[in-house]
Write a protein that binds this ligand. Structure first.
Ligand code: ATP
Length: 261
């Protein structure tokens, strides 16, 4: 099987802080892949470098065999991106946003209109299609952002925390759309902190900690003989939950005797 994404020694430093410390990320084509790691592990920085949003200080990244920084046009034609904190054109309606994105991508007008209509319906946004994006809720923004990222039928879709702030019904809709997308042989790579979700959706997992990949492979291999991916994650990133006493929080919840009566 070919790789949808492959990075070699990808490196990024912010001043003294090494955010990504030589990452070799591999995602086979057709995977539903999860990139997981604690806060500050370097997930967003890694995804930003692979999608051409941030220039690496070292190393290289390839998407579908094309070098991200040498062949940016080839790569950008093949990828869809839903970045964290996506800025949208707030004064367009959802439908206008999709039509505008589609035209920017060079899709013929009739095709864009058809695709936009179908995506709005599947995302349950048909009733809000003519409302300005500025008036969309967080979940609606994620859905219209995902619709915009899918419009040109990318072969690899990158999603940074796509389920954050999304209600269970909308999360289900997003999941269904993404499952359909990977079933046709396309690749999804998403970052998340929600291990249950990653365990339920993904067939491939890369675990990052402190700028490094600490485990990577098919979900079952990364989980190993541990009861859950969450357990594997806690062991891999070297953090088990501490009790109050161990963490020095003995004062938390403590009340003087008279206050208890
Ligand atoms: P989270 O799960 O909290 O979103 P993450 O795994 O996506 O975290 P990054 O956002 O990639 O982590 O950050 C990795 C490290 O790089 C962190 O220590 C962060 O403080 C640092 N960092 C990220 N962006 C910048 C920036 N623009 N300037 C300075 N430091 C940054």
């Amino acid at each position: 099987m070919s790789d949808a994404v492959r990075t070699h020694a990808l490196f990024k430093r912010y001043g003294q802080q090494i955010a990504v410390a030589g990452v070799d990320l591999v995602v086979p084509a057709g995977s539903f892949a999860g990139l997981v790691g604690p806060n500050g592990a370097g997930k967003t920085t890694t995804l930003s470098m692979i999608t051409g949003l941030l220039r690496p200080d070292g190393g290289s990244a390839e998407v579908d065999g094309f070098h991200v920084w040498r062949d940016p046009v080839e790569v950008k034609a093949r990828i869809g991106v839903l970045p964290e904190g996506l800025r949208l054109f707030e004064r367009l309606s959802g439908r206008e946003l999709l039509l505008y994105n589609g035209r920017l991508r060079g899709i013929p007008k009739a095709d864009v209109e058809q695709r936009a209509g179908e995506l709005l319906a599947v995302m349950d946004l048909a009733d809000a299609a003519d409302k300005l994006v500025v008036d969309y809720s967080t979940g609606m923004r994620k859905k219209i952002g995902l619709a915009a990222a899918l419009l040109h039928n990318p072969s690899v879709l990158f999603l940074d925390e796509p389920f954050e702030g999304v209600d269970p019904v909308s999360a289900n809709t997003l999941t269904e759309v993404l499952r359909r997308f990977t079933a046709s042989g396309s690749t999804v790579i998403f970052s998340s902190h929600v291990m249950d979700l990653v365990e339920r959706l993904c067939d491939w997992v890369s675990v990052m900690s402190a700028g490094h990949i600490v485990a990577q492979g098919p979900l079952a291999d990364v989980r190993g003989d541990r009861p859950s991916l969450n357990q594997a994650f806690l062991e891999l990133v070297g953090r088990s939950s501490q009790s109050g006493e161990e963490s020095g929080l003995t004062w938390l919840g403590a009340r003087p005797p008279e206050a208890r009566s």
